[in-house]
Design a protein around this ligand. Structure first.
Ligand code: SAH
Length: 366
């Protein structure tokens, strides 16, 4: 929760985040620079600093004359967000950042270090309109979409802090990005897609991260899933299924009343085929709600033989929730039954629990 005084400035409702270099494609950057009366090649120089060198300190960009630098910085590199605070746990291997955006909106990102990789979990919207009853973010509704640059800056800031060794644990490189923070990424489609381009375009156009290291997680917006499949990307798609039957899924993931389990799975298989990537099925195990052995069998029958992997997430109870995580023996049986159908299944580790940085807990604005 914000502390008193943290929300000092609130922009008028509906005001747009300022334009930023990371909102723009390489061609748009050239145009924007030319409109400022600067040589178009300055766009490449800016990109080289921001994306290639991961620098956000224009004072060090000495290949650009000071006067131009000031003009370009003012118009293309506004400060989009301020760190309200970082909170760490898991022996400093997990760091959650609370950001305040230009209009006072609060969003969060989480950086997780593992022995072999570094993953950032980022937000695509402030709040979320999908209303899943077990998710903390869903309870407060949608505040607004984040701009492309507001999405990118969460990662850019994490990469800069990793590079300078500011994140506990020493210097490292970011390898994975998951759109599993606040918001439904496919409900903010164009901006999320543009952010993926900024992250994965080779430097200096973008950060040059591997598409394979990026996971977009969705409640199952079927038309957007089809559109995403046609983008020709090799990102991973995670589908938040949480129930194999429409009756229960209608309750746990309300958008299921619009697009049913069968349709959502079809859209997922289409993505798997076009991208060549396994679908990751997300399933939060909720005690006595969706963790029965028969539901494991039903799920197994629905997805066996497909290019798929199941990620079981022990439910993180949200404050005041009537639901809790499954009993260990039920969790084990659920895993066993899926595996008996030949479905690769893992139980996700729940990083960041004590700093409210775990799945579905990113509720700073709530
Ligand atoms: N809107 C997207 C991405 C954000 S949530 C989506 O729903 O996929 C990322 C994952 O965390 C989703 O699978 C979501 O269902 C899950 N999640 C949300 N709240 C949770 C909770 N309290 N416990 C466990 N998982 C949760």
């Amino acid at each position: 929760m914000p502390k008193p005084g943290e929300l000092t400035f609130v922009a008028p409702r509906g005001a747009k985040p300022p334009r930023h270099l990371a909102d723009l494609s390489p061609a748009e950057r050239k145009e924007a620079v030319a409109e400022l009366g600067e040589q178009p090649f300055r766009a490449k120089q800016l990109s080289n600093h921001y994306f290639g060198r991961m620098s956000n300190d224009p004072a060090s960009w000495t290949d650009i004359p000071a006067a131009s630098r000031e003009k370009l910085t003012e118009s293309l590199l506004p400060e989009l967000m301020k760190v309200v605070r970082h909170v760490s746990c898991d022996d400093d291997a997990t760091r959650k950042t609370l950001w305040r955006l230009f209009d006072g909106t609060l969003v969060e990102s989480v950086l997780m270090r593992y022995p072999d990789r570094v993953t950032m979990c980022i937000s695509s919207q402030a709040g979320c309109g999908m209303n899943c009853p077990f998710c903390a973010t869903g309870q407060a509704g949608l505040t607004r979409n984040l701009s492309t640059a507001e999405i990118v800056e969460q990662i850019a800031a994490g990469m800069r802090d990793l590079k300078t060794g500011e994140v506990p644990g020493g210097e490292a490189r970011l390898s994975n990005v998951v759109f599993m923070g606040m918001g439904e990424p496919l409900a903010n489609y164009n901006r999320v897609l543009a952010s993926i381009r900024r992250l994965t375009d080779p430097a200096p156009d973008g950060f040059g991260l591997s598409q394979r290291g990026i996971t977009v997680s969705t409640v199952g917006l079927v038309p957007a899933m089809h559109r995403f499949a046609d983008e020709g990307l090799s990102c991973r798609l995670a589908l938040s299924l949480h129930a194999p039957d429409d009756e229960l899924r209608d309750e746990l993931v309300p958008v299921n009343t619009r697009w049913k389990v069968a349709e959502v799975l079809d859209a997922a298989w289409n993505y798997a085929e076009k991208s060549g990537r396994r679908i990751s099925i997300e399933y939060a195990l909720i005690k006595d709600i969706n963790d029965q052995a028969w539901r494991a069998d039903l799920l197994g029958r629905l997805i066996k033989g497909k290019r798929v992997h199941v990620n079981l997430i022990p439910l993180n109870p949200t404050p005041g929730s009537k639901w809790t995580a499954s009993r260990p023996e039920d969790e084990r049986e659920f895993v066993r039954r899926l595996q008996a159908h030949g479905v690769p299944t893992t139980v996700r580790d729940t990083r960041g629990q004590e700093i409210d940085g775990a799945c579905g807990q990113l509720a700073a604005a709530g």
